[in-house]
Design a protein around this ligand. Structure first.
Ligand code: CTP
Length: 403
């Protein structure tokens, strides 16, 4: 799992019925290794108790600035100064107005004024309020000042109406926090990375296709890890059932031919390409425009023709760091080494898809990293951890390390 490594999150909770959701957010951030300080506005404390937050963060929850200053005289300036990221969730119309105008009437707004950390704003309110020009004006001001707006989402609101105004999902907010922390501290900030994921689908007729068992999990993990390290990520993905990672540019494709065009386009200005997709090596020569009927024949043959080798074609980008995968069922390292050489890649990530805990659909993987210098066999780890190790190698190649 991604680790927030002691990063300090200052979470401001305002008076919305969605305030209870902020407890889950604070809990998850704490479990991910962050030090979470929570400030409740007066109105928020009518919806939820400070004890709920303290129970999950194991830290004091702050209410008003005068009470806080009695216990710790400097706290009103310290909280903002020491924070790595500021998060307003839920942010009400009233909190947005105070943040936009710099009205230091509550401890959270005051802390924001004392801080140079990035601000993530997650509004929650009724759709009419959200659409009001006064609220929209404050949101625009905050965005112009660099705040990241997350949500609100469309859904059922407290009023019973369905509209825009729901607090963004917890994992979307966490994705946004990871995104801004990556931009601030990540070693791949200012790096453009293209990642591919999923198994391509090669149509036979309007309702059938040829594909493989790829879930897309490895590629999505690489995209998330690169995002968390500050990279600008484009994810070229074949169909999967995974949610879009926050802050990643998504390019959806279906076939190998579509993936080839999207990858070539995305690589024009990229520094690194990581091809985790399981690209179909062949596609049906003919695609029937109508459904192929059962018929009377005992057997049916489909002629397959070669798809382009996408990784090989990216050879035209001389400065691109290129990483391939090798999904094997036998002769793991020798096959990987052949793929490294034939496509003149920087790195091949080889995995035996038949090994326990490795391969398609699992959350873990067991790989060998193969490059010109030799092989490194990694123990069984999560796909996210594997992604991190791949990116360590990419970072070193980008710094001018040996191929
Ligand atoms: N790949 C690609 N274009 C293709 C096929 C594969 O870019 N048409 C990429 C994959 O994304 C992967 C790497 O090449 O990063 C190796 O893919 P794999 O299917 O393991 O190997 P192949 O080279 O196709 O060889 P083989 O089928 O013989 O194992």
């Amino acid at each position: 799992m991604y680790n927030l490594g002691g990063r300090r999150v200052l979470l401001g909770v305002a008076g919305s019925v969605a305030a209870y959701k902020a407890v889950d957010l604070a809990s998850q951030l704490t479990q991910m290794g962050a030090q979470v300080d929570v400030i409740l506005t007066k109105a928020a404390s009518r919806f939820i108790s400070p004890l709920s937050f303290t129970s999950v963060t194991r830290r004091p929850t702050y209410l008003d600035m005068f009470q806080a200053s009695l216990a710790e005289p400097e706290v009103h300036v310290q909280l903002g100064r020491e924070a790595d990221v500021l998060v307003a969730a839920p942010a009400t119309a009233s909190l947005l107005a105070r943040l936009s105008l710099g009205l230091a009437q509550d401890l959270f707004t005051l802390s924001v004024l004392c801080s140079s950390a990035p601000l993530v704003v997650c509004p929650a309110m009724d759709a009419n309020m959200w659409e009001h020009p006064a609220v929209q004006g404050h949101v625009r001001t905050l965005q112009e000042r660099g705040a990241l707006l997350v949500g609100p989402e469309v859904g059922r609101l407290a009023s019973g109406r369905v509209g825009v105004g729901r607090l963004a999902e917890r994992d979307t907010i966490i994705g946004a926090i990871r995104y801004v922390l990556g931009k601030r501290y990540g070693d791949l900030a200012a790096t453009r990375v293209v990642v591919t994921a999923g198994g391509t689908q090669e149509p036979i007729d309007p309702i059938r296709y040829v594909s493989n068992y790829s879930s897309g999990k490895m590629g999505y993990a690489v995209a998330e890890a690169a995002r968390d390290r500050g990279a600008q990520v484009t994810l070229v993905t074949a169909p999967t059932s995974l949610p879009d990672p926050y802050g990643v540019t998504m390019v959806r494709v279906r076939t190998a031919l579509e993936m080839r065009d999207a990858v070539i386009q995305a690589c024009q200005h990229a520094h690194a390409l990581i091809m985790a997709a399981a690209v179909a090596d062949y596609r049906p020569a003919q695609v029937s425009s109508t459904k192929i009927k059962r018929g009377k024949a005992e057997a049916l043959s489909i002629t397959l023709v070669h798809n382009p080798d996408i990784l090989a074609e990216t050879h035209v980008f001389p400065h691109l760091v290129r990483v391939g995968f090798a999904a094997e069922t036998e002769d793991l390292v020798s096959n990987a080494r052949r793929k490294l050489r034939e496509r003149s890649l920087h790195l091949v990530v080889a995995n035996d898809v038949t090994a326990p805990g490795a391969g398609f659909g699992t959350d873990t993987n067991k790989v060998v990293l193969v490059d010109a210098q030799g092989e490194e066999e990694l123990p069984l780890m999560t796909k996210y951890e594997v992604a991190w190790r791949i990116l360590d190698r990419v970072a070193s190649f980008l710094r001018g390390g040996q191929r």
